[in-house]
Design a protein around this ligand. Structure first.
Ligand SMILES: NC(=O)c1ccc[n+]([C@@H]2O[C@H](COP(=O)([O-])OP(=O)(O)OC[C@H]3O[C@@H](n4cnc5c(N)ncnc54)[C@H](OP(=O)(O)O)[C@@H]3O)[C@@H](O)[C@H]2O)c1
Length: 205
C-alpha cells in the first residue's frame, strides 16, 4: 500500500484515558497543550478525525497552510449544519465506509474502506496525514499498522477516568492484531503545568 506518513496526537489523563464521557468535548488540558496541537498541524498536508470527535469537539480543523480536512465515518451521517462546513479552510474530504453518506456542498464524499481512502489521499498528494482522534479511528489506523508517529500530552493532573472510557487505541474490549513498538523521540516535561509532552516514532523490525 502506498500510504501517507500518519501521525496521531492525543492528550491523556493520569490513567491513560482520552475522554471522560463519550460525545463530550475533551478541550485542551492546558494552553501549552493547545499551542502544541496547533504546532503539530503545521507540518501536515491533511488533518483527519473520526465523526465522533468532529461532533463532540465541534472541530473546524484549521491551520495556516490550509491542509485537507478529512472526516471518517461508517454511516456517512454528516451534519450539513456542522461548523466545519461553514468555516473557510482546506478542502474537505469525507469518507463513508458502510453507508451511502450524505453529500454536502463544498465537500468531496468518498465511499470505500479506510485503507482505500488513505491510498486516495496519497494519490492526491498527501505526504503527511495528521490524525487528532478519536480512539475508535486511531484503533483502526493502528490495526492497519499505518501509524508512524505518536504525539502525546501526558496530563497527570487530571483523571478523565472510567472503565469504559477510551484510550488512544479505542474502547476497552478490542485488541489490536499485535503490539506496535515505538521509540521515544521527544521528552519534554513541564513541571510548572504538571504535564509532559512526548513524541514517539514507529520502530519496524
Ligand atoms: N484526549 C484527546 O486527545 C482526544 C482526541 C480526540 C477525541 N477525544 C474525545 O473522544 C471522544 C470521541 O470518541 P469516539 O470514539 O466517538 O471518536 P472517533 O473515533 O472520532 O469517532 C468514532 C466514529 O468515527 C467513525 N469511525 C471510526 N473508525 C472508523 C473506521 N475504521 N471506518 C469508518 N468510520 C470510522 C464512526 O463514525 P459514524 O458513527 O459516523 O459511523 C465512529 O462512530 C470525544 O469525547 C472526544 O472529545 C479526545
Amino acid at each position: 500500500m502506498n500510504l501517507p506518513t500518519i501521525s496521531l496526537n492525543f492528550a491523556l489523563s493520569a490513567d491513560g484515558k482520552i475522554s471522560s464521557v463519550a460525545k463530550r468535548p475533551s478541550g485542551w488540558t492546558s494552553r501549552e497543550d493547545h499551542a502544541r496541537l496547533l504546532e503539530l498541524r503545521k507540518n501536515a498536508d491533511a488533518l483527519m478525525v473520526g465523526r465522533g470527535t468532529l461532533e463532540a469537539d465541534r472541530m473546524t480543523m484549521k491551520s495556516p497552510q490550509d491542509p485537507l480536512r478529512c472526516v471518517v465515518s461508517r454511516s456517512g451521517n454528516f451534519d450539513p449544519g456542522h461548523p466545519l462546513f461553514h468555516t473557510p479552510g482546506g478542502p474537505i474530504h469525507l469518507l463513508a465506509t458502510e453507508g451511502q453518506g450524505i453529500e454536502i456542498a463544498g465537500a468531496t464524499l468518498h465511499r470505500g474502506s479506510l485503507a482505500d481512502f488513505l491510498e486516495e489521499l496519497s494519490r492526491l498528494g498527501v505526504r503527511h496525514l495528521h490524525c487528532e482522534g478519536g480512539g475508535s479511528l486511531a484503533f483502526e489506523l493502528l490495526a492497519l499498522d499505518a501509524v508512524e508517529e505518536v504525539h502525546l500530552t501526558w496530563a497527570g493532573h487530571t483523571l478523565f477516568g472510567g472503565r469504559e472510557a477510551p484510550t488512544i487505541s479505542g474502547v476497552p474490549g478490542g485488541f489490536l492484531p499485535g503490539s506496535r513498538k515505538f521509540e521515544l523521540t521527544e521528552f519534554d516535561p513541564r513541571p510548572e503545568i504538571g504535564e509532559c509532552f512526548l513524541s514517539y516514532r514507529r520502530v519496524r523490525e
